[in-house]
Design a protein around this ligand. Structure first.
Ligand SMILES: *Cc1c(COP(=O)(O)O)cnc(C)c1O
Length: 712
């Protein structure tokens, strides 16, 4: 399961949470019954904001504990991103705030209070709370372990409780009352970034780390019980007039823990757009409260549009969603997304966000001073070399490696910048291309080194070293010859590298072999240094090396498969599935649907014969597009309309057949997913590779020329 389908439940709930926040601000049930309104807006809807905190906790704050080295950088990135959003929202609401009379007689202290705690407009407190909360948890994470951090944030929450729902109890003790008087002199509430947000951010971290199974039924029952408790708690506090404010309850913490677990188990597919719409609804809805009120006033329709709080709520919700939809969908699409491509018969989708995520994650695994040198050979493992390399360029990646000079030329012609290292052999007649397109050549052995020297061209090279894989490279023992190359008059040696044969394995034999290779390589480097050679850039890591041996340093890491969000086998991909997101989806059209009667066979040969009446669909993709021909024999499936359809018969060059008897309403032109998600279902490339007895690298790199590559 990749991170996307795994988090479908969270994405779906974002929308609901946004509606709950609108409800808090418009009280839809107030028109009918005060208790019902209290229940909806002061109890039920109180799950919305903690939910958003927990999402931030799971995806952002958790990194403070997992990737401690880069935590500071991550915090800054997050603060910058959220700060920009907050800034935009503040500006957006200044005119509305002035119109609503919010900013009369403000002192400097009030401005600070607003900016850091309460927000400059009534819903905007969420942004400073999130940012301050992240800073608090970050600070704690530098001093304490996660358990202790949790205890401290729980304590802060308790302090918050007595300034919020339990304030009526706190004021009974004079010393405590003066303590809270002190707090309320610098913020209006305790539901802020200091007392409220940190606990939920930390709970989000736990959600990411929580590996134990909890059945959906158990989570549901626990969440329901906790919610019952929270309702009782809320009504009790309300009836006894103990609440100063009503955001914080004791049971809320339990509701969030179990409710969130429940959402994590909910497998739905939610598009990226829907996710963004939720966020925009949160930002824009207060503006529409003002707009709807203004509109009602102008038309003398206050009775219907404002006084009837349900109509008011619906009007605001409708307008907010419409505006959010416009903002998300009408904004100019990303360059190169060429939607027309999806009209093709079969295509590959390249998920830019997933790629960016993987780049960030892999960068976070590298030591200081080590840069990514992504392997974009074999058409970027089938993803489209130019498309991927240009996206990587935009993310700040400045070095690439390819298998052949021709691959390098294609990238340069397409405008890719940075160093491009050719890992393989280039025929002497093509050396000119290397110069012309500023490519760096690998020295694949000693005789090739001589050949390059004899060309008399001033070429940029990296010396390949054979430290034990015995494929390419100069043997590590040939210190003298390697030292001589580094002093060569013509060749410009920019780097020296080796390749590990067993870094993907975890057996002791594999580990010993890695150690042996590393020792040989490091021995060579040490000897060169002792001979007075100044070492050029050094690299030895590929994907598995970076993940399994993060301690092995270098100036570059030649990462391939992991960059594309998977590992070679399904088991490895699952193990790292929390951290890597698959980049590729492979899709094709339903070309035709037909009935197949009992006893009729389908496809080449008579291998497949229907044993009952069935409906089959012909999908416009075949082995020439990279679908392994043997896949259908090993139980291969595709997804249509969120359901699985088994492949039948033999896969053809351009078509394949599937059984759609169990899926109603499959039509010509429907989209079939061969790799990727549909509904709550997913087919991973690891699954395809496992079935065919190969590795994902092979399946991906064989994606056909004929497929269009689309950035999504
Ligand atoms: C292909 C290749 C890589 C990338 O390997 P992954 O396992 O996909 O990360 C790195 N170095 C060399 C020499 C390669 O041939």
């Amino acid at each position: 399961m990749n991170a996307k389908s795994k988090n479908g439940g969270l994405d779906a709930f974002r929308l609901f949470a946004a509606v709950l926040v609108i409800a808090i601000h418009t009280s839809p049930l107030a028109f009918f019954n005060a208790d019902a309104d209290f229940f909806l807006t002061r109890i039920l809807a109180r799950v919305a904001v903690p939910f958003f905190f927990m999402v931030t906790g799971q995806f952002v704050v958790s990194e403070f504990f997992i990737d401690r080295e880069n935590a500071g950088r991550r915090l800054l990135t997050y603060l910058k991103k959220t700060g920009v959003l907050y800034g935009v929202a503040v500006l957006l609401y200044i005119p509305i705030g002035i119109y609503a009379g919010h900013y009369k007689e403000l002192g400097a202290a009030d401005v600070l209070r607003m900016v850091f705690f309460d927000g400059t407009f009534y819903h905007l407190w969420y942004f400073p709370a999130c940012m301050l909360g992240a800073v608090v948890v970050f600070g704690l994470s530098r001093l304490l372990r996660l358990r202790s951090v949790t205890a401290v944030t729980a304590l802060l929450y308790v302090v918050g409780l007595f300034g919020d729902s339990y304030y009526g109890l706190a004021v009974k003790i004079p010393a405590v009352k003066s303590f809270y008087d002190g707090i309320f002199s610098f913020c209006d509430y305790t539901r802020n970034g200091l007392f409220f947000a940190p606990l939920f951010l930390v709970l989000g971290v736990w959600m990411r780390l929580w590996k134990k199974e909890l059945s959906v039924g158990a989570a549901g029952i626990a969440a329901a019980l906790a919610f019952g408790g929270m309702s009782a708690e809320g009504f009790f506090l309300h009836a006894n007039q103990l609440q100063r404010h009503d955001s914080m309850y004791v049971c809320l913490v339990l509701v969030m823990i179990f409710g969130y677990r429940l959402l994590l188990g909910w497998r739905v597919q939610v598009s990226k757009r829907v996710r963004k719409i939720g966020a925009w609804v949160y930002i824009v809805h207060p503006a529409f409260i003002v707009v709807v009120r203004g509109f009602a006033g102008a038309l003398h329709m206050e009775k219907l549009l404002v006084e009837n709080s349900m109509v008011h709520f619906l009007a605001v919700t409708l307008c907010s969603f419409a505006a959010a939809w416009l903002l998300v969908c009408i904004r100019p699409g990303k360059k190169g997304s060429g939607l027309s491509g999806k009209k093709a018969r079969a295509w590959v989708e390249v998920d830019h966000d997933a790629l960016a995520h993987n780049v960030r994650f892999l960068q976070s695994c590298l030591g200081e001073g080590c840069e990514l040198m992504p392997a974009v050979k074999a058409n970027a493992y089938g993803h489209g070399a130019l498309l991927v390399a240009k996206q990587l360029n935009r993310m700040g990646v400045r070095a690439f490696c390819v298998a052949s000079a021709a691959e390098g030329v294609e990238l340069r012609k397409g405008g890719v910048r940075g160093e491009i290292l050719v890992l393989g052999y280039t025929h002497p007649s093509q050396l000119r291309l290397l110069k012309r397109y500023r490519l760096t050549q690998s020295i694949v052995d000693l005789s090739y080194a001589r050949c390059l020297q004899e060309s008399g061209m001033r070429l940029h090279v990296h010396i390949g070293v054979d430290s034990g894989m015995h494929r390419l490279g100069i043997p590590a023992a040939r210190v003298e010859e390697i030292a001589a190359l580094m002093e060569d008059r013509y060749l410009k040696v920019d780097g020296i590298y080796t390749h590990l044969a067993t870094s993907d394995g975890t057996s002791s034999a594999d580990r010993i072999y890695v150690k042996k290779q590393v020792t040989a390589f490091e021995g060579l480097l040490g000897a060169l240094e002792r001979m007075g050679c100044e070492l050029p850039d050094v690299h030895l890591q590929a994907s598995y090396g970076v993940l399994n041996y993060p301690e092995l340093a270098g100036d570059y890491a030649r990462v391939g498969i992991a960059l594309y969000g998977v590992l070679s086998t399904e088991a490895d991909s699952e193990e790292w599935g929390e951290r890597l997101i698959p980049v590729m989806s492979l899709k094709a059209r339903v070309a035709s649907v037909r009935a197949l009667g009992t006893g009729e066979s389908a496809g080449y040969g008579t291998g497949f014969t229907a044993t009952h009446d069935m409906h089959i669909a012909t999908i416009a993709i075949g082995y020439a597009d990279g679908v392994p021909r043997e896949l259908s024999a090993y139980g291969g499936e595709i997804l249509i309309r969120g359901r699985r359809a088994p492949m039948i018969g033999r896969i053809c060059m351009d078509q394949l057949l599937v059984d759609v008897s169990d899926i109603g309403q499959v039509r010509q032109g429907d989209i079939a997913v061969l790799i990727g998600c549909s509904g709550g279902e997913e087919i991973t490339v690891g699954d395809v590779a496992d079935r065919c007895g190969t590795i994902t690298n092979e399946v991906l790199s064989r994606m056909g020329e004929r497929l269009e590559r689309l950035a999504v």
